[in-house]
Ligand binder design. Sequence first.
Ligand SMILES: Nc1ncnc2c1ncn2[C@@H]1O[C@H](COP(=O)(O)OP(=O)(O)OP(=O)(O)O)[C@@H](O)[C@H]1O
Length: 225
Amino acid sequence: MGHARSGNGPRARGRDPRDGEHTGSLLVARGVSRTVGGLRILAPVSLEARPGACVVLRGPNGSGKTTLLRLLLGLDRPTSGVVRIADPSLTGRDIAGVLGMPPFFENLTVLEHLLFVRASWGLPPGSVEPLALLRAFDAERLARHFPDELSSGERQIVALSLGLARPARILVLDEPEQRLDQERRAALAGLLRTRLAAGTAVVMATHAPDLADAVADRVITLDPA
Ligand SMILES: Nc1ncnc2c1ncn2[C@@H]1O[C@H](COP(=O)(O)OP(=O)(O)OP(=O)(O)O)[C@@H](O)[C@H]1O
């Protein structure tokens, strides 16, 4: 029977997940599991998303990391256990997820995608420099390109930039390192550390030890269910 192992990451602040109910948790998952068609695809696991803290999910292919992230985002329902908002001021719009590729508009450039996100979130002009995220990935030149002109790694940079361009109190990321080279993974770690320092909670599934080591406060290792 599978289970989840939990450990503190390099930036551990040493709190138990059960003590967070009254210490400012934003989102709490308690004993959540998922069974589909009689097959258990996620063994029970608990975690909390706290402001300024990063929970990293590790585990082999098929151990249920994406399944758990989908439960946190409310895209699926747990078979057992509960996901609940622990901070009453939190709404669905405060949670941003980057799970796979977003749907791109084929007739909009990358810059127009970034401006579209900014406009759709009602951010006043100048509050977010639309090219800053691309620049952080050393990819500013992508701004004028259309999505179908990009390599798979460049598309991943744009997907992450779009996800990070909007305000969020919780960021949920599924293997954001996919197709990124070592330099871009380091850039991503830097961007996430900035968001963490600003108080955003991060929950991230990853297979990249360098990324996990750079940002994890807590590491939960999922075993196949
Ligand atoms: N809708 C579904 N119906 C049936 N099985 C599913 C469904 N979604 C996921 N699974 C199965 O659940 C298991 C966990 O999948 P999940 O995508 O959560 O794993 P993961 O840990 O994210 O894997 P990876 O590291 O490969 O991305 C896998 O065996 C997968 O085939």
